[in-house]
Design a protein around this ligand. Structure first.
Ligand code: TRP
Length: 337
């Protein structure tokens, strides 16, 4: 029986934070260890260009993201771990998919619509102001990422669900016109608890500038945790678990038993300072080993590069035959036979 293929991409726009860890990285690494799956995980560096205009940041983020996944135990022999830009077949496929993708479908993409809305709300007379073609066709490149490997399951955050559905639409359209070629992918949305609260109580996100980076030195980690916003209840007063960022972050990373114990302490009136200290100690213990490994990898980019290159050559071995089939299906082939 052939294994089910699971694929996901990580945009290389910044430094991985606790929210990425709880919501995406940890479950993905756990899934890659299952025997019945064949995992494809990649750095979406061409996607990064849409949001990150600083070349140094794109480059640095690629190293940081790759080192993070490896430090947290991704087995790069078992999973296929590569960089999108090292697999040119993906970009070739992307163009071919553009030829079967309705512009109207792209007009409905949430990210594009939000950018247009922001222009309208900002009083601009050009609704497409500063919107690039890369932003507009982002879902087509994402479809190519997925379809190039005939991935069936695509674990993503809620915000990416529509993109995976678009990939499915595009695959269906291609199959309808040129014959059965692509597997129809499905989005797998992580559990709601996996959405982490940030320093200010809103969702932890780079765009809110409220993240806790995953691998900062212990001292800095403690400092950030001490900054988490709380209310003014005194020690001894029972504290609610609602709107309680310290509890929310703990829960996203701890076992149910540990979480229950922590919850009981809030009911008993643990002071905010003590609760923060406990969260810090818990995180530090959980992350310390991977942090040393991360630091080692950041200091050895040659090793990380080699790992990605080896992933890319395996990815290309899968992609090339399918791309050859696709090109033939659309009429792009040798004139001599
Ligand atoms: N767009 C995704 C994000 O921002 C990243 C991504 C790119 C992706 N290509 C993908 C995710 C293919 C899943 C499959 O999170």
């Amino acid at each position: 029986m052939s294994k089910e293929r699971v694929l996901t991409g990580i945009t290389t726009t910044g430094t991985p934070h606790l929210g990425n860890y709880a919501g995406a990285i940890r479950p993905a690494i756990a899934a890659s260890r299952a025997n019945d799956t064949d995992s494809y995980y990649f750095l979406a560096d061409y996607h990064a260009l849409v949001k990150q205009p600083d070349p140094a940041a794109v480059h640095q983020s690629s190293l940081e993201v790759a080192a993070t996944w490896l430090a947290l135990g991704l087995d790069a022999e078992q999973a296929c771990f590569y960089r999108q830009s090292d697999v040119p077949e993906i970009l070739e496929l992307s163009w071919i998919l553009n030829a079967v993708t309705a512009k109207g479908l792209m007009n409905r993409a949430h990210a594009y619509k939000a950018a247009v809305q922001a222009n309208v709300d900002g009083g601009s007379n050009d609704p497409d102001k500063a919107i690039t073609m890369a932003l507009f066709t982002y879902p087509v490149l994402m479809a190519a990422d997925i379809l190039m490997f005939n991935a069936k399951r695509v674990p993503v955050g809620k915000d990416q669900k529509q993109h995976v559905e678009m990939a499915r639409d595009i695959a269906q359209r291609f199959n309808h016109i040129y014959g059965e070629t692509f597997v129809l992918p499905e989005a797998e949305i992580g559990a709601e608890t996996a959405i982490l609260t940030g320093l200010d109580g809103r969702k932890m996100s780079k765009s809110y500038n409220n993240t806790i980076p995953l691998f900062v030195p212990a001292k800095r980690l403690r400092k950030l945790i001490m900054k988490i916003k709380t209310n003014s209840l005194e020690p001894g007063e029972p504290k609610s678990l609602e709107d309680n960022s310290i509890y929310a972050i703990f829960r996203a990373l701890a076992t149910p038993e540990e979480t229950e114990k922590f919850a009981a302490q809030f009911a008993d009136g643990i002071g905010w300072g003590d609760a923060k200290q406990q969260l810090y100690e818990y995180l530090d213990a959980q992350l310390a080993d991977s942090r040393s490994e991360y630091e080692r990898l950041i200091a050895d980019p040659g090793y990380v590069e080699q790992t990605l290159q080896s992933g890319a050559s395996r990815a290309r071995a899968t992609a090339a035959p399918l791309l050859a089939e696709v090109r033939k299906a659309v009429g792009i082939r040798s004139l001599a036979g």
